[in-house]
Design a protein around this ligand. Structure first.
Ligand SMILES: [Zn+2]
Length: 403
């Protein structure tokens, strides 16, 4: 990295300008990877970054903006950057990434833009790309989504390195992971009511279930799995993250619950369902995920999943993670529920109606997968939220489609 101090300052200012005047060391370090910072050098620079971030955070926002304007040119991400950014720590043939759509609806442009980047990295470096359909909440599944997600994924992500998995076919992995956590004393079965637990969270107090023995916890876990044992709402598996965490959402978060709703794919085969953080962490561990690109909204979840890795003694295996800003499409309806309603009312002819922003529709309209790839490439690792209106979006997509 040439001119490190100035570059660190430029990125610290950029980060501060974008996030209400407060830059964060972690974000500045991730940004420096664009400047060729190597993982092995992070230690060397982190003290300097800390110092500079502290200095920058003392400036007023006017001062930050003024100074950033001067140093902006040192930052190498420009508009219209060509090609893929570098993926930090990527080893040839060994990059494993995933895209995890929910089985609640079909794929649309939002999915295409967030998932394509991961697909392109795996295509570039070699490795595996998993499309992992999330369907462990039996109450939030649209049965037709399985077929549509599979069909559109094969279209958008061609290549033998792409594999489609369905979470509800992998329940043993989640149960095993839960049991490992219980045996390590990192999880417990809580039988407090929701209201009671909410109060413990607010008061930062441990619930009585937290101190029961590992053996008793394993007994309780069995009672969750047994149809003659606990009933719906009577017991929850929780992770022991700490009841004093300064972020209330982090305090002993739930890992699994009993839900007797009939699952569209698995029927009544299971009564205990993993919640997102358990299923995702167990899968990422099992599939040996190396890098994850996910929406910024999942920052807390990423933190929870990291805690699960650490509890299992897998601290060194925590995947490298980048967060993408939210892309809000003005005047485009992306809500499955609303689209579904209008299809049922006959306002749209089906999921591939030409007026819908689903991939089924765009495929039918003649768009090529590479148009979405180019779009994603252009956005890169941006954490900034964007608002794109329909016209602007299609103008860009059309220009990528022509090339
Ligand atoms: Zn409890």
């Amino acid at each position: 990295m040439k001119n490190p101090e100035k570059k660190i300052r430029a990125y610290a200012l950029k980060n501060a300008v974008h996030y209400g005047g407060k830059a964060r060391t972690g974000s500045v370090i991730s940004a420096l990877f664009n400047e060729g910072l190597k993982r092995s050098e992070v230690k060397k620079y982190s003290k300097k970054v800390n110092e500079i971030v502290a200095e920058v955070n003392k400036l007023s926002s006017e001062e930050q903006i003024r100074e950033f304007r001067k140093l902006e040119k040192l930052i190498s991400i420009r508009k219209g950057r060509k090609g893929l950014p570098e993926l930090p720590g990527a080893k040839k043939g060994k990059v494993i990434m995933r895209f995890a759509p929910s089985a609640s609806g079909p794929l649309h442009i939002g999915h295409a833009l967030t998932a394509s980047l991961s697909f392109l990295f795996v295509r570039k470096y070699g490795g595996k790309f998993y499309v992992r359909i999330e369907d462990t909440n039996p109450e939030n599944i649209y049965p037709k989504a399985y077929g549509m997600i599979k069909r559109e994924s094969r279209w958008l992500f061609p290549g033998k390195f792409m594999k489609i998995l369905i979470q509800s076919d992998r329940m043993k992995i989640y149960y095993d992971c839960a049991e490992k956590l219980l045996k390590k004393g990192a999880a417990y079965v809580c039988t407090c009511s929701q209201e009671e637990f909410k109060e413990f969270v607010e008061k930062m107090k441990n619930c009585p279930c937290r101190s029961i023995s590992i053996r008793e916890n394993l007994e309780r876990w069995k009672k969750m799995l047994n149809k003659n044992g606990f009933q719906e709402g009577e017991a929850v598996l929780r992770f022991k993250s700490g009841m004093k965490d300064k972020n209330p959402a982090m305090r002993d978060f739930p890992l699994a619950r009993i839900n007797l709703t009939k699952h569209p794919k698995q029927g009544n085969k299971y009564r205990v369902w993993p919640l997102m953080n358990l299923a995702v962490a167990a899968d990422d561990i099992d599939l040996k995920m190396t890098h994850i690109i996910r929406a910024k909204d999942h920052r807390d979840n990423a933190e929870r999943q990291k805690k699960i890795y650490i509890a299992l003694g897998l601290k060194t295996k925590v995947p490298w993670t980048a967060f993408l800003g939210r892309i809000k499409f003005k005047d485009l309806e992306l809500s499955t529920t609303k689209m579904k309603k209008k299809i049922e009312e006959g306002k749209y002819s089906g999921w591939d109606d030409l007026k819908l922003p689903t991939l089924a529709s765009l495929k039918k309209q003649g768009y090529k997968p590479s148009a979405f790839w180019k779009f994603a490439e252009q956005i890169g690792f941006s954490e900034t939220d964007k608002v794109i209106d329909k016209e602007e979006f299609f103008k860009l997509l059309n220009s990528f489609n022509k090339n």
